[in-house]
Design a protein around this ligand. Sequence first.
Ligand SMILES: [Fe+2]
Length: 304
Amino acid sequence: MPTRRAFLASASGTALAVPNILAASKGGKPLKIGFYTDLHMRAEWQAPDAWQQAAEWINRQGVDFLICGGDAITDGFDASARSLEPRWEAYFSGHKRLRNDVYMAMGNHDIVGAQPTDGSDPEKDPRRVFREKFHLDRTYYSFDAVGHHVMVLDPFEIGWEGKAFRGWIGEEQQEWIRADLAGVSASTPVLIVCHMPFFSTYRQFTRGALEPMSNRYIVENNLAVLKLFARHKVAAILSGHLHVNEFIQVNGITHICGGAICAKWWRGPWFGTQEGFGVVTIDGGQVGWEYVDYEWEARRPPDK
Ligand SMILES: [Fe+2]
């Protein structure tokens, strides 16, 4: 198990293997995970202060480990890697205060330099910076924790039909999912982490009952991907992206959209969801969820 120091050590050319943590049984104690997502970190509007405040609240929860659901920084997609350094610095100013190991999922805003608007060349691999920042071999990976198998997915097809991206888990990653699950017993609860949700009522409760979803919001090939897990016990899918606090149970799977550290992109609550993070407990297959408001008051001017 790496120390936090090891995890934060600067990139040395060799990627840190994703460790199997907490493999030993803890004698029936429920798994307790801190899940924070969608920080959209930047230097403005005291966002770094908010994140450091959130980190203190997260540290008080007594969790086994932390998962970040993505969008650690804001607007990486159309910016050059060099111009984003202050945003990464703002992100790590809170991250380095966290006292648990953190497992990162990539959000669409963490994709760097895919379509830069400042005239610089697009990155050949817009996932590179994220991998290097967090010492990952890949943006999808898995690990074992307290009798559970956690699979972190990357739901982006970048540049689909000339657009920025769509939510889509491609064949190569599906192949990895099959291979990874081949080594997991059918009785082991599986936890999926994916920046974009597989299901959500977001459009229905914000716009109306008949509003369709879009592949900018959810994973378009959700059913095909879920089929890969048919012989396994998926306990929960943890997502972000929509910035709302949502808890849905369908066919025994709990779908959680974990609100956002930045709520309405630092402007205050977003459709009733405050700046916050979640605590997930999994006990004998039962999934519990608590959303914690870390008491930030928005500082972003209304005209910005
Ligand atoms: Fe997102």
